[in-house]
Design a protein around this ligand. Structure first.
Ligand SMILES: [Zn+2]
Length: 372
């Protein structure tokens, strides 16, 4: 085996010499793929051995021992024969495959082994035939829910929805299934009246989600997941009720309605595995997409008249005071407590637990559908 430095030195000679030989030979023996491979390897090795031998010969000439010259020639012949018989094949193959083989020959090669994965994708980007494939192999639909809500100076205002969507996509990659467009209209929470926040009465939201759940059941999905990234009590209760009511209407389908802290474990010393734009949400954002997070923007001194609405509460020291760096945040200071490592742990927990629930629900739904 060559060392890395030696290998780079060798391939210089190869590309100059073996490459030309290969193209002529390829035309000649193309119909016979096995023979072509052998001959290509011999040409390649001839170029490699020649370039190495010539350089070695130049060094040997300085010493002029005639027997050394013959030893080098013997080594060249052995090297060429060895390459033709397949010695050192992996290295030859990897270089040859990058040397511009015709597309027809590439296409004839068997595809590389890939980890099996069930079909999944974003529903809005899929065609009817692709969706039928999902229904056949992984009839699971994910409905991510969020809202428009101030998430501190460091996170996007629709963070709950984009977080829920990204989590659903990760679960779908494991279980298969489709992820619906995010439903960005949510209810409840402590930020009503904040600029950039839109909280809608439950009565406006419920009919739309009910219609969506009925639609999914009618299309043939066996498991439907409602995951909300916005989780004040009003929203969580609404999601639970929507899932239970849909279950009554469609007994052949399994509906799961939950908020992400229902599948996280609080960190040591914490009572709850969630918050608002603080340690938990910021960590999850760092794990899902670091570009969403701008901790450096958690600075004070903003002009309240410019960044809030007249109705926005401004009484509390941090969460309601727009001049405070931690404005709108509920929970531990993310500058001191959030990390990508914690986020990755939380995301893995959420994704693996939810995937387990979905697999179990899918088994139940399929058992119900099997005629006895
Ligand atoms: Zn949030």
């Amino acid at each position: 085996m060559h060392s890395d430095g030696c290998w780079r030195w060798c391939t210089g000679g190869l590309m100059r010499r073996g490459g030309q030989g290969r193209s002529h030979v390829s035309n000649w023996v193309r119909p016979n793929r096995a023979l072509q491979g052998k001959v290509e390897r011999i040409c390649w090795a001839w170029g490699l051995a020649n370039s190495n031998a010539q350089l070695t010969m130049r060094l040997m000439k300085l010493m002029k021992p005639p027997t050394l010259g013959w030893l080098v020639r013997l080594g060249t012949v052995l090297g060429v024969c060895g390459a033709g018989l397949g010695w050192g094949q992996p290295e030859v193959k990897s270089i040859a495959s990058s040397a511009g083989e015709p597309a027809a020959i590439k296409a004839a090669q068997p595809p590389r082994a890939k980890a099996p994965s069930r079909p999944h994708g974003r529903m809005e980007e899929m065609s009817p035939d692709e969706l039928e494939e999902v229904l056949r192999d992984a009839p699971v639909a994910y409905v991510p829910l969020g809202t428009f809500e101030h998430h501190g100076w460091h996170l996007p205002v629709c963070f709950d929805g984009i977080k829920a969507h990204a989590l659903c996509e990760r679960v779908a990659q494991r279980t298969g299934g489709v992820v619906l467009p995010t439903f960005f209209y949510g209810t409840g929470g402590g930020h009503i009246g904040y600029k950039w926040t839109l909280i809608v009465p439950e009565a406006h939201i419920v009919p739309l989600i009910e219609a969506t759940l009925d639609h999914l059941a009618r299309q043939g999905f066996k498991v439907v997941v409602l995951l909300t990234g916005h989780y004040p009590l009003e929203q969580v209760n609404m999601v639970h009720r929507l899932a239970q009511a849909a279950q009554q209407r469609h007994p052949q389908v399994r509906f799961l309605g939950l908020a992400e802290p229902e599948v996280t474990t609080p960190q040591p010393g914490d009572r709850y595995g969630g918050d608002h734009a603080a340690k938990y949400e910021t960590s999850i954002a760092l794990a899902l997409k670091p570009d969403w997070v701008h901790l450096e923007r958690l600075t004070g001194g903003r002009d309240a008249a410019q960044v809030t609405l007249p109705t926005t509460p401004r009484t509390e020291a941090s969460t309601h005071d727009p001049t405070h760096p931690l404005y709108a945040i509920h929970g531990q200071d993310p500058r001191k407590t959030a990390s990508k490592a914690l986020g990755e742990k939380l995301v893995e927990e959420i994704v693996s637990r939810l995937a387990q629930q979905v697999e179990s629900a899918l088994r139940q739904a399929r058992a119900l559908a099997t005629p006895r």
